[in-house]
Write a protein that binds this ligand. Structure first.
Ligand code: F6R
Length: 587
């Protein structure tokens, strides 16, 4: 949830850390802090608020080694005292942490009774005090960090430094951490964009790895300190992809990238897809598991699998998956879909599946993620870094990969790529400036509304759910999605004069959906139709030509744009909605 970065090298650390934190702020933006070390003392700065809008005075800092953190509060409110880095009482050890220390209360009482003075309410603060405790007992810094980490229950990605030498220690269990290998300089961060402009060579740390970073990087197993071999991987992502460029926000940039990213998602290895299709066909029970937008992509795909491959897929929210464990066996295939590959609920679900001997296929965007490592096979979305907290381009990439898989299951992979080709061309038009301007007018009409409802049938139903999520999470207008036929079973009570309802329509379900729309119109609703054909019943119409099984990809685009416009008009930050973080690494 939080973003962490560490630097050890030949340059001044403060600017690299500060700029790196800005790139990580999508992981959490309640508060931030950084600390550098030089001549046996730390320089520390912390602040509340979003780092992107701030400047710091680099002359306050000295040192070629340091750590930084951008926070998404879990234990303890949003305050400077709770912002990381946290230091030991003597200010000789500093730590940044992502994750949750479950036994922090016991450790805190123990450390307090040993004389350690706590300044924050966080679980993290036990770590620097514990490290110092072991150093006071004679351990060197690395041993002390190891002993401290072995006492922790829960999840962590930790980077620690001290004032006595230039060693940085980075370790993880259950939270992401990657080491960047520059030219005589090293980085440790929760995500690659933090240091992408400095190096594209990375080592992905595994759970229970501890990396000792001084004149080089040495990786050991935390339990027995035996060296472990980790490959240096090369990242293909472009630096430009992690920059806003001419766009005012990442959200808009990522929306407009979709024509390209759908194409990239379709560039799968056809043979690998066919092998996976065989596994799907041979499985006794297939589950899609995911959260949020990724779950909506799975729900759409279940309709496509049903129609194209005549196959029933169970679609389960990852956080609810444990309840299905009695249906799992070694013949079950679990397909876990996640942009980040770090969502705790998804990782838990995969853990449950593996306990029962089930096979796990994952579809992920972030290379080297925990989910990838915990899966038997992985398909990549190839969407490049998605910086906006909301998923837009990765949602359509997930749909693209899942659509291809459905076609691969009936040995018609090439037909799948054909379907995506049509979508790719259409998305180019749908994200053009003229369409964006047209949707701006709709945003003006809707910007002061209290509620927006979205409806759809069949393949359009998951799109309605995703549309409502996009609108509410970024504009804070209450939005709710329904199966078009379901609204009349209760929620229609909320429809009043001018209540906006967005209806997703396709020729396959037009008659039924329009009749549901009439029920709403009769109660005064303001109807926005999205589909291939206009209808006099609509008050506003956005034309999206029919693309069959690619409708979930194409029909969501106008709503992504609408959600973005509503956020801008309502003065909400589209890239960083309140209370949200890009990867949800807590349960
Ligand atoms: C919504 C959004 C979230 C994520 C969800 C799962 O715009 O981004 O709902 O889809 O948190 O995240 P991943 O796909 O990383 O597992």
């Amino acid at each position: 949830m939080c973003g962490i970065i560490g630097y050890r090298g030949k340059r001044e650390a403060s600017e690299i850390l500060f700029e790196g934190l800005k790139k990580l702020s999508y992981r959490g933006y309640d508060s931030w802090g950084l600390c550098t070390s030089s001549e046996n003392k730390f320089s520390v700065s912390k602040a509340i608020g979003n780092i992107e809008q701030m400047d710091i005075d680099y002359s306050m800092f000295a040192g070629n080694i340091g750590i930084g953190h951008t926070r998404w509060a879990t234990h303890g409110g949003v305050s400077e005292a709770n912002a990381h880095p946290h230091l030991c009482s003597l200010e000789k050890v500093a730590v940044v942490h992502n994750g949750v220390i479950e036994n922090f209360q016991d450790l805190r009482s123990e450390l307090k009774s040993n004389g350690h003075k706590f300044k924050s309410e966080t679980d993290t603060e036990v770590i620097p005090h514990l490290i110092r405790e072991y150093m006071d007992k004679g351990a060197d810094f690395v041993d002390a960090v190891r002993s401290a980490l072995l006492r922790l229950e829960g999840s962590f990605a930790v980077v620690a430094i001290n004032t006595e030498d230039d060693t940085m220690v980075a370790s993880r269990r259950g939270s992401p951490l990657v080491v960047g290998m520059g030219d005589n300089e090293y980085f440790a961060a929760s995500d690659i964009p933090a240091f992408l402009e400095h190096t594209k060579s990375v080592i992905y740390l595994y759970d229970n790895d501890v990396a000792i970073i001084n004149d080089n990087v040495y990786v050991y197993n935390l339990s027995d300190m035996q060296p472990v071999r980790r490959e240096v991987d090369s990242i293909e992502w472009d630096v430009e992809k992690s920059m806003k460029g001419e766009f005012s926000h990442f959200m808009l940039k990522e929306i407009t990238e979709q024509s390209e990213t759908i194409k990239k998602a379709a560039e799968q290895d056809a043979e690998a897809m066919k092998r996976i299709a065989l596994e799907i066909n041979n499985a006794k029970g297939v589950f899609f598991v995911a959260c949020g937008s990724s779950y909506h992509a799975c729900l759409s795909a279940s309709y496509i699998f049903s129609a194209v491959a005549k196959m029933h897929i169970n679609v389960v929210l990852a956080s609810e998956f444990r309840g299905y464990k009695d249906f799992l066996c070694d013949k079950t295939l679990v397909i876990a879909v996640s942009q980040s590959g770090e969502t705790a609920d998804v990782l838990d679900a995969v853990g449950t599946a593996k306990e029962k001997g089930s096979k796990v296929l994952s579809i992920v965007n972030v290379m080297g993620s925990s989910l990838m490592r915990n899966s038997h096979h992985t398909l990549h979305m190839n969407a490049g870094p998605e910086i906006c907290v909301l998923s837009t381009k990765t949602y359509t990439s997930q749909l693209a990969v899942l659509t291809l898989l459905a076609y691969a299951c009936i040995d018609k992979y090439e037909d799948g790529t054909g379907v995506l080709d049509t979508a790719h061309n259409l998305v180019y038009n749908l994200t053009s400036r003229s369409t964006r301007d047209y949707i701006k007018c709709l945003a003006d009409i809707l910007k002061d509304k209290e509620h927006i409802f979205t409806i759809g049938r069949g393949l359009q139903y998951p799109t309605a759910l995703e549309a409502a999520l996009k609108i509410k999470e970024v504009s804070y207008i209450h939005a709710e999605g329904f199966a078009a036929g379901e609204l009349k079973h209760g929620s229609i009570a909320l429809i009043e004069k001018d209540t906006p309802v967005i209806a997703f329509v396709s020729p396959q379900n037009e008659r039924e959906t329009v009749s549901n729309v009439m029920e709403l119109k009769a109660r005064g609703a303001f109807i926005i139709g999205i589909g291939p054909d206009n209808n006099e019943i609509y008050d506003y119409f956005i034309k999206v030509p029919e693309t069959g099984y690619s409708d979930p990809i194409t029909q969501i685009i106008p709503i992504q744009i609408l959600a973005y416009r509503l956020a801008v008009l309502r003065k909400c930050n589209p890239d960083k909605p309140r209370n949200l973080a890009k990867s949800v690494t807590v349960r």
